[in-house]
Design a protein around this ligand. Structure first.
Ligand code: PA5
Length: 434
């Protein structure tokens, strides 16, 4: 189990406070699992984890094996919930430079259709030059502007390069089983498809083909990921404060009620950055509505201690932190000695980098708590494929419980439509004139 430590929040909340919300946490958890709350038709993610591979998973693995054999590069088109999960997982497990030195057999993976930058598009063109590539289009609707533009352009590139029939074997659509423009397109064009179940919203979809196909192409063990999630489903069903989901959901809601309106999620792993992006969408889109919600922000330590550190230590006291820790890897970096010792580092000679990192964590924690910032810490343990599945499920469940405690529907996102409508009007999309 993930260990959630709340010993550094007692300056802002008390044990009686926590015990007083126990019933609320229990009620929110029940509403979720008994499917009686608002948005309950989007609870399919609760039951996605499996211990044995499903037929869909076997097909995903087979497609991934073909992509790995035939492609130097795999491009994943999608935005929001249709891309953050797989990108987060790949960067966490393989690092931000995961594409370095890769090619056919273990393809590079790039993400497209998650913005409207011409520079990013031109960069992708350069990266694809002379390369064999395949494409996954991930979109529930098929009409989201950013991925739709990328789909059109990459599809034409594939058809020019491989002919219509050759391109067909290199395009994979991940979408609704029945409805939507992408489903229709895939059926008409004969592309292989995988399903985003209708009862699973974008930001809760990482354990469907949305996450599993890119992760299998990246060489991760999707069965182990799902097994980790299945274990989490069982373990985190516990109905007491021994459940870390309860602690996290309960404490963050209490802190919010004490005026802590910003949650800063930090890790000491650069590869966690996109995981922070996934978490940010999960909690931001689920909770930020009806004039309520904790604003989710992420930071990378120790790097951001040299940018945000001042603000955290002495700025407005409206934030709390959630610090993520993983066990250090087995391969160590040992700090060497230097005869001149001009940098004064010889006192660390023979010490490992993770020893220094641990002290930085403890020092930061103590400083921020002294500065009046409550800190929740999460010890994730060993980082492996199963842990990845566990982490995804843990945060999804905690988000559902927390949002129901807040009194909002965790599964809609009406606010996202506003910018789209304005943009369509400005672009002259038929039907959006007024
Ligand atoms: O979480 C969500 O529902 C959103 O982030 C969507 O995933 C995102 O807007 C993309 O939508 P679609 O999959 O229809 O292209």
């Amino acid at each position: 189990m993930i260990k959630v430590d709340i010993s550094n929040v007692w300056g802002d909340i008390s044990l009686p406070d926590l015990l007083a919300v126990e019933k609320e946490v229990a009620a929110a958890h029940n509403i979720l699992t008994e499917q009686t709350g608002p948005g309950s038709d989007f609870l399919g993610w609760l039951d996605l984890p499996v211990t044995e591979p499903t037929e869909e998973m076997l097909r995903i693995q087979a497609a991934a094996d073909r992509i790995r054999e035939s492609s130097d590069v795999f491009v994943v088109i999608g935005i929001g919930g249709s891309y953050l999960g797989p990108r987060a997982a790949i960067e966490l497990m393989q690092g931000c430079n995961h594409n370095m030195g890769k090619g056919k057999g273990d393809p590079q993976i790039y993400f497209a259709g998650n913005g409207l930058s011409t520079r990013a598009w031109n960069e992708l063109q350069r990266l694809l030059e002379g390369k064999d590539f395949s494409v996954a289009i991930i979109s529930k609707s098929g009409t989201t502007t950013e991925p739709a533009i990328a789909t059109r352009a990459l599809r034409w590139m594939l058809e020019r390069k491989y002919g219509t029939d050759g391109a067909k074997k290199r395009i994979f659509a991940i979408t609704d089983p029945v409805n939507g423009a992408l489903r229709q397109m895939a059926t008409e064009e004969g592309w292989e498809t995988f399903v985003i179940p209708p009862n699973v919203g974008g930001r809760y979809s990482v354990l469907t083909a949305v996450g599993l196909l890119p992760l299998a192409v990246a060489g991760l063990d999707i069965n182990a990921i799902m097994a980790g999630a299945a274990q989490a489903k069982e373990a985190y069903d516990l109905r007491s404060f021994e459940n870390p989901v309860w602690l996290y959901a309960g404490v963050r809601n209490l802190l919010y009620r004490r005026g802590k309106a910003i949650e800063l999620l930090e890790s000491f792993e650069p590869g966690f950055k996109m995981m922070g992006g996934w978490w940010q969408q999960l909690f931001g889109e689920s909770e930020g509505k009806d004039g309520k919600g904790i604003f989710p922000v992420t930071a990378e330590f120790t790097a951001d201690l040299h940018s945000l550190g001042q603000m955290i230590q002495q700025g407005e006291r409206n934030i709390f932190e959630t610090m993520i820790r993983f066990d250090a890897p087995e391969q160590k970096m040992v700090i060497g000695g230097d005869a001149k010792n001009l940098d004064g580092l010889n006192y660390l000679e023979g010490k490992t980098l993770d020893f220094v990192d641990e002290k930085a964590f403890l020092g930061t924690l103590a400083a921020h708590v002294d500065g009046g910032v409550p800190v929740i810490t999460m010890d994730m343990g060993v980082l492996d494929d199963a842990k990845l599945g566990e982490m995804f499920y843990f945060f999804e469940l905690a988000c559902g419980v927390s949002a129901y405690m807040l009194g909002v529907n965790p599964f809609n996102q009406p606010g996202v439509e506003f910018y789209k409508r304005n943009m369509f009007k400005l672009l002259g999309k038929p039907g959006y004139e007024s």
